[in-house]
Design a protein around this ligand. Structure first.
Ligand SMILES: Nc1ncnc2c1ncn2[C@@H]1O[C@H](COP(=O)(O)OP(=O)(O)O)[C@@H](O)[C@H]1O
Ligand SMILES: [Mg+2]
Length: 237
């Protein structure tokens, strides 16, 4: 089954003149890393919002078409149920971290799911190990580097045990070492059978992707890029 299957998705923000998404079709491959590229402002984040229900639950507009999340129509699902299957990590980890310790940060999601203490403790350990941040368990997230913060944001999303992870330009604001660590986590998630969507603009981060799509004029197109020159061609307007 496809983690996400999108059929003829169209979306227009309330005040906008035209559709930012204008006939998106996508069958996401399970257990793979799928990259979505596109120029700034082309609608990548909007598409992420549609895939995780932020549109239409939080941001409104004119939405058409269908999204199936593991076979279930997304528009009929409550956000709390969607959050058990799909997790999203944004560009700036500071928007995602708000707890006084790393441990509390990771516990927050599972606590909201009303899991028992033992299960929560187990998830904290597993997720910290996965992102290789065990030794920072009792630190304040504020004191971590950008890359480390992003790893904690990932761990806090993983604590909900979603089968699909969306990274919306999550590598953009972190240093080279942080990027490598986050990319390694993505590869590990793949070996655990999770599906990953990697929204990107930097060709150097595409080596880990199994499939690549380009978003342009509201539509997605499968592409095959093997070198930087081809990538630059793609970005010429
Ligand atoms: N909440 C919103 N209301 C109205 N327009 C928006 C909103 N969010 C984004 N947009 C517009 O939609 C377009 C696509 O934005 P976005 O999805 O963030 O693109 P990307 O992530 O590819 O940079 C932009 O022109 C942006 O100004
Ligand atoms: Mg964006």
């Amino acid at each position: 089954m496809h983690p996400i299957k999108i059929s003829d998705l169209r979306f227009k923000y309330e005040e906008a003149q035209k559709n930012i998404l204008d006939g998106i079709n996508l069958e996401l491959a399970a257990g793979k890393i799928t990259a979505i590229l596109g120029l700034s402002g082309c609608g990548k984040t909007t598409l992420c919002y549609c895939m995780c229900g932020i549109i239409p639950h939080i941001y409104h507009g004119h939405l058409d078409g269908e999204i199936l999340l593991f076979g279930n129509p997304l528009h009929k699902m409550e956000l709390s149920r969607i959050a058990r299957s799909i997790g999203i990590i944004f560009q700036d980890p500071d928007t995602q971290l708000f707890s006084p310790t790393v441990e509390d940060e990771i516990a927050f999601g599972p606590e909201n799911l009303c899991l028992d203490r033992e299960e929560i403790a187990q998830r904290i350990e597993i997720c910290l190990k996965l992102v290789n941040m065990e030794k920072h368990r009792f630190e304040h997230p504020e004191n971590l580097s950008g890359g480390e913060k992003q790893l904690i944001a990932i761990a806090s999303v993983l604590a909900m045990d979603p089968d699909l992870l969306i990274f919306d330009e999550s590598l953009a604001q972190i240093d080279a070492d942080g990027k490598e660590r986050v990319k390694n986590v993505m590869l590990q998630l793949k070996t655990l059978g999770k599906s990953v969507v990697l929204v990107e603009h930097d060709p150097d981060n595409l080596a880990i992707a199994d499939d690549i799509f380009f978003l342009k004029s509201g539509k997605l197109e499968a592409i095959n890029i093997t070198n930087k020159r081809e990538f630059d061609e793609l970005y010429k307007i």
